[in-house]
Design a protein around this ligand. Structure first.
Ligand code: FE2
Ligand code: FE2
Length: 131
């Protein structure tokens, strides 16, 4: 079973570009989770890198849109993004150095972060960034 499933009412921001990127994020989280379940370390490394690449790209997209629209919540939002990117790159470094493995607890952390960030922090930008 997938770790993350898209539920329109819960996750939609009404900004198509962001919703599509969030769906892609869910796909990449689920792909990583599958590799974690299968305990395939090479696959885990590849999918972890794929996920973090897209997280960075997605945050850049949101911040660019917020800048273009003069969104007042940008600075607070950027801080949340920066914290997650730092956490992700720490995990990536330790994983590739052989100092840690990606296990269920890491996946739960990522899922919980998205489950909070998208409905609580992203959704409010909908009216300002709307299509
Ligand atoms: Fe965000
Ligand atoms: Fe987002």
């Amino acid at each position: 079973m997938s770790l993350m499933q898209w539920v329109e009412e819960k996750y939609s921001t009404n900004v198509d570009l962001c919703d599509n990127q969030h769906k892609e994020l869910f796909d990449r989280v689920n792909a990583l989770n599958d590799a974690v379940v299968n305990r395939d370390r090479v696959d885990i490394g590849n999918r972890l890198d794929n996920l973090v690449d897209f997280v960075v790209k997605h945050f850049e997209t949101e911040e660019r849109l917020m800048e273009e629209r003069g969104y007042s919540g940008l600075e607070r939002h950027r801080q949340e993004h920066d914290l997650l990117v730092k956490t992700c790159t720490d995990i990536q470094d330790k994983f590739h150095a052989g100092e840690m493995d990606i296990e269920e607890a890491t996946m739960t952390y990522i899922k919980n972060w998205l489950d909070h960030h998208i409905p609580i922090i992203d959704k409010p930008y909908g009216p300002a960034l709307g299509n």
